[in-house]
Design a protein around this ligand. Sequence first.
Ligand code: BG6
Ligand code: MG
Length: 384
Amino acid sequence: MLLYLMREQYGVTSDPEKYREILQRSWDYYSPRTDHTYGSSLGPAVHAILACELGKTEEAYVHFMRAAMVDLENVRRNAHEGIHAASGGGLWQAIIFGCAGIKFTDDGPVAIPHFLPGWTRLKFKLQWRGQKYEFDLNPETSTQTAQSGTTISSSSRPPGSPAQIQGVIFDLDGVITDTAEYHYQAWQKLADEEGIPFNREANEALRGLSRRESLMELLNGRSATEEQFQEMMDRKNKFYLELIKNISKADLLPGALELLIELKEAGIKVAIGSGSKNAKEVMERLGISDRIDSISDGYSVTRSKPAPDLFLHAAQQLGLEPAYCVVVEDAGSGVEAALAAGMWSVGLGPVERVGAAHLVLPSLEGIHWSNLQKQLAGNRLIPC
Ligand code: BG6
Ligand code: MG
């Protein structure tokens, strides 16, 4: 227990390898000598945490249940004297610091989960240094949070480290500029004219999809001849072009330009990977074409997101291996495409939408390249 309380001094953050060695030795010595059943009621919860850190999830589960049953089942036969509040607190810590493996880093809390046998999800909120963090972890996409409102997932990590990233591939609509909103408005207008029920919520399923696939979603099984289909796509695009005709540099989303400038300074290559056939036009209007090394758009590949093709095309244009690229996306289909391409991924928006990304941020506002790399690197803290 003392080691648990003094783990910072023993290098849990500064020298995890040394800490683990000390922990293992202490465990081997003290655990067999500890009365887990009738000794301190705090013991089981603390042992559950330490067992998690040692990767002994079966043992962690036994200790966790022992701690949980102290009052639930009155296993110590003394609950009539009052509940074991400290043990309850220990139990909370067992979940948060043991199973979810929360560590507090300079960049915020990071989760290094150790799922106990049979556990499928850990969802909780934390408040730390005045900031709120939300975690939604599961064994496959064990998610880690590194900054207020941000989430990192350890799913399908590319080999190597984020420090090796040499290229950033930005989606355009909803990442660099808020044309995602104009796509929605144009689809809404088409749906209204056609008398098809549609709203913002339904539009979420269209995010990132090609024009054709979006219309298929919108029609939701309604039949249309190819000619009618084409006409509707053209009509929607006409509405869309009307909406974007006045966009300018002022329509860049907060943080986008600053990040592009930083990337250039850092010698990082930059591509656009957008499924839109209007991408080049939008880029011209935004006045940032000269800040980009290449544009892959709706004409570049046949299969659209969530297929990896567009991002692979972009990486090829940059002359980079996928594992050295990171994709910035606002769409679930885009994150899926990035993962399928074997790239790092940053999702912008709610966890429900882009939670599969390695790192989830509310937006690019205030985001710096070095921080982004560090946050992505947060999930290099592999479970012991
Ligand atoms: C994507 C948007 O970038 O481009 C989608 O997220 C859009 O909403 C798709 O449907 C295709 O765009 P366009 O301009 O070719 O119709
Ligand atoms: Mg987008």
